[in-house]
Design a protein around this ligand. Structure first.
Ligand code: SF4
Length: 334
């Protein structure tokens, strides 16, 4: 049986993602690669919808994002990894779908007004055609590959619903071409920041996926544990402990043993943190090393992106031909 197809994209950023984002996106994608026929893209046009006024770091961020994708473990042999703007078929489909998308659908998208207000406060003028049409571009990204599964966070759910509506409308008007893509919500548990709040770069409570050993040690030492535990032998409550939330991710095979030992006061927090540091370092060292290796070899990364775009274009071209045929456009003479 053919594998279901997945499309997923991230905006370009060269910064190493923090572990919360790594867990919710790249690490999850790595796990999808065997089960699904995946297409992964660095969506640089999406970045332009909100950051058109400053593109100085766009190239560097795009290449840096590719390095992040690859160092997190995505295998370009299994799935094409490509830059959105290297596959111009996305924009051609975007313009065709924009013909059938009512403006009211875009204006009622909850993120449209929210982001306009939020980013407006930072001085950004988002009253642009491109920003309004962003969900149509996202629908094109997904539909050009006829993806039936899209792993996104809850915040992107309205956009995916819009993609489904656009697919439905196209199929109704011209005949079926597109599957209606289904959302695949992230199944990964939330990873708190080291202070117990949501992990965020703006709170400064994060650890990145490529953190050095010393940084891992330092940040784990600072992690909040059960504040009621004074002595090592006091029974602890792992449910309110940041270290335990990390143990569940990085040391899943020993989680139940640690939970029991914590509740019975047999393990101290210092020892528990020592074990976590070791496990995190084991898991993150290959990512860190791969990231350094790729940063020193941008030519290799560009080759991988070129190959990914060529493979993506093969599929995208076929879909586009079918779309144009159904829409009644005169095809050029071969
Ligand atoms: S023993 Fe581990 S799980 Fe229990 S409170 Fe200390 S750090 Fe947290």
């Amino acid at each position: 049986m053919a594998k279901q197809r997945v499309f997923s994209g991230l905006r370009p950023t060269a910064e190493s993602p923090h572990l919360g984002n790594w867990l919710g996106a790249l690490n999850q994608w790595v796990n999808l690669q065997d089960e699904y026929d995946c297409f992964f893209s660095i969506v640089d046009w999406h970045a332009l919808t909100t950051s058109y006024d400053d593109t100085t770091a766009l190239r560097e961020n795009t290449l840096g994002a590719a390095i992040n994708f690859l160092s997190a473990g995505l295998d370009p042999k299994k799935s094409p990894i490509f830059v959105q703007s290297h596959v111009p078929e996305h924009v051609e489909l975007h313009i065709l779908l924009s013909m059938i998308t009512p403006i009211s659908w875009l204006e009622r998208c909850p993120t449209y007004k929210d982001q306009m207000i939020q980013l407006g406060k930072e001085g950004k003028d988002l009253s642009t055609y491109g920003f309004l049409g962003y969900p149509v571009l996202m629908a094109s990204d997904i539909l050009i590959y006829k993806a039936s599964v899209v792993p996104v966070g809850e915040d992107q759910a309205p956009h995916l619903e819009l993609a489904r509506e656009i697919a439905r409308r196209f199929n109704y008007l011209y005949g079926k071409v597109f599957p209606e893509p289904q959302i695949r919500l992230s199944e990964v548990p939330m990873l708190p920041g080291i202070d117990g709040r949501k992990m965020s770069k703006s709170y400064g409570n994060f650890i990145t996926m490529s953190a050095e050993t010393e940084e891992i040690k330092e940040k784990v030492r600072l992690m909040i544990t059960d504040p009621q535990r004074i002595r090592k032998t006091d029974p602890g409550n792992p449910d309110i402990c940041v270290v335990y939330a990390f143990q569940k991710i990085f040391n899943s095979e020993e989680t139940s043993k640690i939970e029991q030992s914590c509740r019975s006061g047999e393990i101290g927090c210092v020892e528990c943190k020592r074990i976590l540091i070791e496990k995190m370092d084991q898991r993150l060292t290959p990512i860190r090393e791969k990231r350094k290796e790729l940063a020193n070899n941008p030519g290799l990364v560009e080759d991988i992106l070129a190959d990914g775009a060529a493979r993506a274009r093969e599929v995208a071209r076929q879909t586009l031909e079918e779309v144009k045929e159904k829409m009644g456009l005169l095809m050029p003479k071969e």
